[in-house]
Design a protein around this ligand. Sequence first.
Ligand code: FE
Ligand code: CA
Length: 471
Amino acid sequence: MVLSRRSILLAPVLAKYPFRLGVASGDPWPDSVVLWTRLAPAWEEPGGGLPKRDIAVKWELYADDAGRKPVRNGLAYAEAARAHSAHAEVFGLEAGRDYWYRFTALGHQSPLGHTRTAAKNPSQLRFAYASCQKYEDGFFTAYEHMAKDDLDLVLFLGDYIYEGVGKPDHPRQHPSHEAVTLDQYRYRYSLYKSDPLLQTAHARFPWSVIWDDHEVGNDYANLTPGDQFPAAEFAARRWAGYQAFYEHMPLRKASLPTRQETRIYRRLSFGQLANLYLLDTRQYRDAETKRQMLGIAQRDWFFAGLKEDQTRWNLIAQQIPYSKIDKGTGVIPDKWDGYPEARRELTEFIVASRLSNAVILTGDNHSHWVFDVKRDFADPGSATVATEFLGTSITSTGDGLDQRADYAKRLPFNPHVKYFNSRRGYVRCRLTAERLETDMITMPYVSRPGAPASVGARFVVEAGRPGAVRG
Ligand code: FE
Ligand code: CA
């Protein structure tokens, strides 16, 4: 192939293909997106099969899918210290339009990716969201179906990887050791990202991602491990998990990890239609007093944003169940149920500020749930102040069931639960000024490839009327 004079920077030509982990784009703004790839001709090895030096990567952005005449191009640096990942923030784009992109490095071209900038003031927003994709539990068939939709955005709400030791007799194989070090987390992301269906969904739409616990370790709270891991070593482990997350995600520079903090909470704007808040309920939460879920800085930023409230809808994407789930076995301490003061503070803020159309989008629970968010969950007669759609897992916990007897028994104790289904799948949404339509997508199995997908249930939220209604 012919390279520009910059090929000096891009040499030497490698025999092995460096784009085995695919391409991605993310966080669409009206004038900008971030493009991602990682050079890893041998991702199975520490170092990814590349020397310990930075490598220039050329990126090109096109106005059509022929991918011939770039409308923008530039160089990004795949730094050795960041596993040769490249993040290119591209600015000066037109709002609400399709773009295609491709990387060139080491004498090879990446696959062509597609992305879309945010419209300045859209009349509708189509998006999907997913969570909990435990590799060993099954196949990522959900993404095969998602890729056929026409979406402006995909949200990933946490548990992109699972850190645990591989178990026998699962549909796919995890490593035989837990991920603790940076190299181990990198291996874990590479394994997941080598999946062709996951790559397809990344190459097809811009994604906005947040993490939950398994990007580091089960049920951790800020710097307190939730498992047997030594507390004194946890800060180093958490940093390694955050660093590997950044290296493998289409995140902007604002999310670059430092030793103190990796900031992933942020807001995306869709004109007067919606603000979309992406929250981090993991990094700043109190382990002991359980008063703070978001930490003071994030809470103040979030409340200040809500206070402006000039949009029709306020979408709040976050990790863990917000609504009360009464399983008859006591409060689950890791969820908002375990942080009643923080939940009351947010709910009362929504009420007091007369926030318009708050919708909470959630992952983590490996089942579909739809909730009316009650002002006081202890009082079924209290006002519904928001709506929560909790999406099931992509694969975690395996094939699943439509109903689980233990939960079904408890539904009378949870009158604010409008839907429950324990299959695998994702959630697809269409938002307009008048209403939010939500399809809870389910699949009959993930233990082998090729499952069909269907709409398990459709719900509608009418603007001005919080609460989910079967559509
Ligand atoms: Fe999970
Ligand atoms: Ca989780």
